[in-house]
Design a protein around this ligand. Structure first.
Ligand SMILES: *Cc1c(COP(=O)(O)O)cnc(C)c1O
Length: 458
């Protein structure tokens, strides 16, 4: 106890001691079995203090098959980005200080040139995420004005990002145009009024409208907007900076292409296909970017020095296309050859089977994963999984609903819980009576193997 007080603050120990005593008293009142020796109490208090101090935000193994998993923090960062972050984290930096001129600078200066080079834009700015970028573009260009958007593009992205909602919060009046499956240029022409602030296209990231469909091209929308002296803006979502098809991945419209087709501003995420930190990037016309920078909301949505450093370092990797795929984890993982994943599965299977004993059967199975973050939703990535199928030894049948049952469902839940309880929690996917670990995103094999001895299946 004395040692504990020495290691941690007095207040924390006192607080946890009180909580433990309260709980112990309650258990005694309820006639529950509880060890009240001093040693046992001290041990429980120590455990409480340790748990209060443990970091809740921690690394995990993402073996879900979704490479850019929003709930798991999206893009893994490049070593270069991590180094840049720690280089600026500890002390003062020239975040908003121009070292040449010796006076106040703009934090966007650290990435704007590179964003322009990589997209062909005249100017660019950075905010907290793409949702913030969309909010800021709309509020700057169309506050108290109308914004026509195709009914086929009124999207909801995971969480609370819904275009109609964002529009309202940005102070804009959404004018719905066309139908869910077909929208034509004349629909937009008819929707235009003196109150129109901007035309907008939203990339339908996480779904596709298939079949009898029609949408208006970027070229036609930008031409129409420019005839009426209003801007044309695009929420591109994933916003790739390079041609994914050249890497053997499905084609995704690039920022450069969208600007070349006449968009005045394009917004996209930093932590989707770009492979950088969470950020929202806006690239396009210099006069419009200048307006955005003057909007007081920009101040509320800006990014800090650590994000700026990571983004600046990530963008520089794009300057060397020859090494980009090897250095940028997002691209490295997305383009990982299936044969390589298969070989890893073969290396890891025996150890996993040994850890399972006769509780489960471990098999290597082909599987399909996803890019994630709404990118290219219909395209899947061929991959290989280690699949664990619990042996139920005839104890009751299958329980589809899972729960506490003794069937496969219950056993699968206990398995998944055990893997989540490891020092570096391992997250997989349950389907077809098995727990699958898609190995596409496993790079540190040794760390993964090393902790299998800690596995405790209840
Ligand atoms: C992902 C996405 C967003 C939200 O971007 P965040 O960076 O998550 O804020 C907005 N619009 C589209 C089209 C998207 O795909």
């Amino acid at each position: 106890m004395q040692q504990l007080l020495g290691r941690t603050g007095r207040d924390l120990v006192v607080e946890e001691t009180r909580a433990e005593i309260t709980q112990t008293r309650q258990r005694l009142i309820q006639n529950k079995n509880v060890d009240v020796t001093l040693d046992a109490l001290a041990q429980r208090i120590e455990a409480r203090v340790a748990s209060a101090l443990a970091m809740s935000l921690q690394p995990v193994f993402n073996l879900t098959g979704t490479t850019l998993h929003t709930n798991l923090g999206r893009a893994p960062l490049a070593e270069e980005a991590i180094e840049a972050m720690s280089a600026v984290a500890r002390g003062a930096t020239n975040l908003e200080f121009d070292l040449d001129k010796g006076r106040r600078g703009d934090r966007d200066d650290h990435v704007e040139d590179w964003l322009c080079r990589l997209t062909g834009a005249e100017a660019a700015t950075v905010v907290n995420n793409n949702a913030a970028a969309v909010l800021l573009m709309l509020n700057t260009l169309a506050n108290r004005r109308e914004v026509p958007v195709s009914r086929g593009e009124l999207i909801e992205i995971g969480g609370a990002f819904r275009i109609p909602e964002i529009m309202r919060r940005a102070g804009c009046r959404l004018v719905e145009v066309g139908t869910t499956n077909r929208t034509h240029l004349k629909d937009f022409t008819e929707a235009l009024s003196p109150k129109t602030g901007t035309l907008m296209k939203v990339h339908t990231s996480n779904y596709v409208v298939q079949g009898f469909t029609a949408e208006v091209s970027d070229e036609d929308l930008s031409a129409l907007a420019h005839q009426h002296d209003i801007p044309y803006i695009v929420d591109l979502g994933a916003g790739s900076l390079i041609d994914m098809a050249a890497l053997g991945l499905p084609h995704e419209t690039t920022v450069t292409e969208t600007l070349a087709k006449g968009a005045d501003l394009v917004s996209f995420s930093g932590d989707k296909l770009l492979g950088g930190p969470q950020a929202g990037l806006i690239a396009g016309r210099a006069d419009l970017v200048a307006k955005i920078k003057k909007n007081p909301m920009k101040r509320a949505l800006r990014v800090d020095k650590v994000t700026m450093a990571a983004l600046a370092a990530t963008l520089r990797l794009y300057a060397q296309p020859e090494t980009l795929q090897a250095k940028l984890p997002t691209l490295r993982l997305l383009t990982r050859p299936v044969a390589e994943i298969q070989a890893m599965a073969e290396r890891l299977r025996p150890a996993l089977q040994a850890a399972m004993g006769d509780a489960a059967q471990v098999e290597i199975s082909p599987c399909t994963g996803q890019i994630g973050s709404g990118s290219l939703p219909v395209e899947s990535l061929d991959s290989v999984a280690l699949s664990i199928r619990p042996n139920t030894h005839g104890k009751g049948g299958r329980s589809k609903s899972g729960g506490k049952g003794r069937g496969t469902g219950g056993a699968l839940k206990r398995l998944a819980t055990a893997f989540r309880g490891l020092p570096i929690p391992v997250l997989g996917r349950i389907s077809d009576d098995s727990l699958h670990f898609d190995l596409r995103c496993l790079e540190d094999e040794a760390a993964w193997l090393g902790q299998l001895t800690d596995l405790r299946v209840q």
